[in-house]
Each structure stands twice: as C-alpha cells, then as structure tokens.
Design a protein. Structure first.
Length: 245
C-alpha cells in the first residue's frame, strides 16, 4: 500500500469509544477463544483488531488469523499481509468465508490458483472437491483425471467456468469427452456451443449438439470451430449450410 493510502486508511479509522474492545497485545490472558469471541463483534474497532494482531501467541492460531483477515474493520494492509501468509487450505477457507470482503476473497482465490502447479496431487484433489468457483474452474484444466473429475462435480462450479475451460487449448481430450457426456452440463446450451468449437468433442456428440442448434447459429459456430473438417462438413450437410462467409 502506498504512503498516501496508509494516510487515508488512518484518517478513515474511527476513534475508539471508551472501553470498546480494547486489547493489550502483551496480555497473556488473551486466548484463542477470547480473541475469536471478540472478533465476532462486527463493531470491534480497528485499534482493538490491531492489538489482537500484535499478540504473537494468539496470532499463531489459524482460526484467529482468518478471523482477523475477514473482519470488516480490519485495516486493509493487515488483511492483505495475513492473506499472503496463509497456507493452501487456509486460503480456501478464507475465500469461502461469508463475511469476508469480496475483493479480498478474490485475492485469496488468485493466490491459490497461482500455487496449483506447486502443490501435491492430494491437495489438488481436496481443493477440487471443496474450493470456490474460480479455483474449481482452474482445476478443470489439470492433467490428472483424479483432479478435474471431482472439480467437475464441485457444487460451486458454474456453467461459465465450464465454458471458459472448454475454450482453453489446454483442456484435455478426456475432460472434453467427460463434459460432452455429463448429465448436468452437456444439456446446457452454452456448454454445447463451446463443445462444438472444441477439437476434442466426440464425433457422435458433435452431431447430436449440432442438430439442436439453429442453422444460422451453427454456421457461425463452425466458422470458428476447431472440430475436424470432416465433422464440420457432416454438420453443414445435415443442416443445409455452407462454409462460406
């Protein structure tokens, strides 16, 4: 954060009301449970939060770190520092926390995505099952079936995330085929359009989806499609459209 931003942050911080959540950072009596109880107070002022943050013993607690980072009155510089220091599954939990600011959750998600290539297979599988839409969508492009398959079943996954993955050249043939047969996703119009543009969509499924698309729209789709030419030719023939501009 730039110096002028720090000044603005300080200027906007309300003065503490007498007795409101004051915490001694060196107070050995401050426990994890007590800190968590105080952080449940949405009106806890930023000074009190900063004092909790200075208590090294209490801040060793994963729960306290996440609670501090997600509190609405936590100074942004503190929240950002904590987020950047979180471990993989702490980031996931923070990104799913209802009370956390949307922009901070987005930062946590992006940090997670940036770490995907360096974490273990087991961690990626766990993330695929439980993570946010953004992370689950990124894991659809994983080379391992054990990863992208649970991501495909993630309850937070959206149609837009499926379409985005299908548009990437790094989507594996096995993933594309799985989507084309998926009971939930293969019946969605936008997913079918994305599959008709993907080079790895199975021949029979491409014909099935193409038959459901109006001729004019199909012509436009095939104009930018990476399907094999023989598949596009068959679709054009069935719908009575040509390949000219």
């Amino acid at each position: 954060m730039m110096p002028d931003e720090l000044q603005v942050d300080a200027a906007l911080t309300p003065a503490p009301r007498p007795g409101q959540g004051q915490v001694d950072p060196n107070d050995s009596a401050l426990t994890e449970d007590l800190a968590l109880a105080r952080l449940k107070d949405a009106d806890l002022n930023s000074d009190a939060i900063e004092q909790i943050n200075r208590n090294a013993a209490v801040m060793k607690s994963r729960k306290v770190r996440i609670a501090v980072a997600s509190h609405p009155c936590t100074p942004r510089r503190i929240a950002l520092r904590i987020i950047r220091e979180l471990y993989t599954f702490e980031l996931m939990q923070f990104a799913l926390r209802p009370g956390a600011a949307a922009d901070l959750k987005r930062i946590a998600d992006e940090l997670l995505v940036s770490r995907l290539t360096s974490i273990t297979l087991g961690e990626r599988i766990s993330l695929a099952r439980r993570s946010s839409t953004l992370v689950a969508g990124a894991l659809l492009l994983d080379k391992e079936r054990k990863v992208w398959q649970p991501a495909l079943e993630n309850a937070r996954l959206t149609e837009a995330a499926i379409v985005k993955a299908l548009q990437r050249s790094t989507a594996t043939p096995a993933f594309v085929e799985a989507v084309s047969h998926h009971a939930k996703w293969s019946v969605r119009h936008e997913v079918q359009v994305a599959l008709l543009r993907n080079a790895h969509t199975p021949f029979a499924k491409a014909l099935e989806f193409g038959r459901r698309i109006p001729a004019r729209q199909l012509r436009d789709i095939l104009h930018t499609s990476r399907l094999p030419e023989k598949v596009k030719s068959q679709l054009r023939k069935e719908k009575g459209v040509d390949g000219s501009d």
